[in-house]
Ligand binder design. Structure first.
Ligand code: MN
Length: 187
């Protein structure tokens, strides 16, 4: 948890300085308040998944580049560890862990997302061109796409353009886990 906060804080500072953006400019681009950005940079606040997505979109970087050390080389052998459900403070019912961080050659990243019962998570639109794949590993979830909730059971999948508001919820009584592939489709 401490390492995660450190990584996020360093990445945000680096991104901002590379772009020579003031806190004001970064706040305008990301839609995250100046105070919150300052707290994240100082490691005083643990951002929610939604806030991290806003930052990723504002800076036009992948989500996992904020939380993981990305590979610099091309495809190499990579074995991901058992899903360690990193908890984002403020997100009590949703946990996210990275299985494969973003890779420039592949253009995608893969997460395992755990939804506790009654979890209802809304996601703001991502950048145009981003496609999401959702594959349920265990349990059952519902995905909101174009104002309609779609139920997906274990081993079933769904694909959608993620440049519109969407959402994930668990209306069952059991924990649900799904794999989320974010395809950036870089040109
Ligand atoms: Mn999303």
């Amino acid at each position: 948890m401490k390492n995660l906060l450190k990584k996020i804080s360093k990445t945000l500072k680096d991104l901002r300085s590379h772009r020579s953006w003031s806190l004001d400019a970064a706040s305008e681009k990301t839609g995250v308040s100046k105070a919150m950005l300052g707290q994240i940079e100082r490691g005083e606040s643990s951002p929610t998944i939604s806030t991290l997505w806003k930052i990723a979109k504002g800076f036009d970087v992948s989500f996992s580049s904020l939380t993981e050390n990305l590979e610099s080389s091309k495809y190499k052998f990579l074995r991901s560890k058992k899903v360690s459900t990193k908890n984002y403070q403020g997100d009590k019912k949703i946990k996210l862990s990275t299985i494969f961080p973003y890779n420039k050659e592949s253009g995608f990243e893969v997460f395992a997302i755990t939804l506790l019962p009654t979890c209802h998570h809304k996601s703001a639109p991502h950048r145009k061109g981003i496609i999401e794949y959702v594959i349920v590993a265990s349990g059952e979830i519902e995905i909101l796409i174009n104002d309609k909730w779609h139920s997906i059971k274990e081993s079933e999948g769904i694909r959608f353009a993620a440049d519109k508001p969407h959402g994930y919820r668990n209306v069952s009584k059991k924990i649900a886990i799904f794999h989320n592939i974010i395809c950036y489709n870089e040109k």
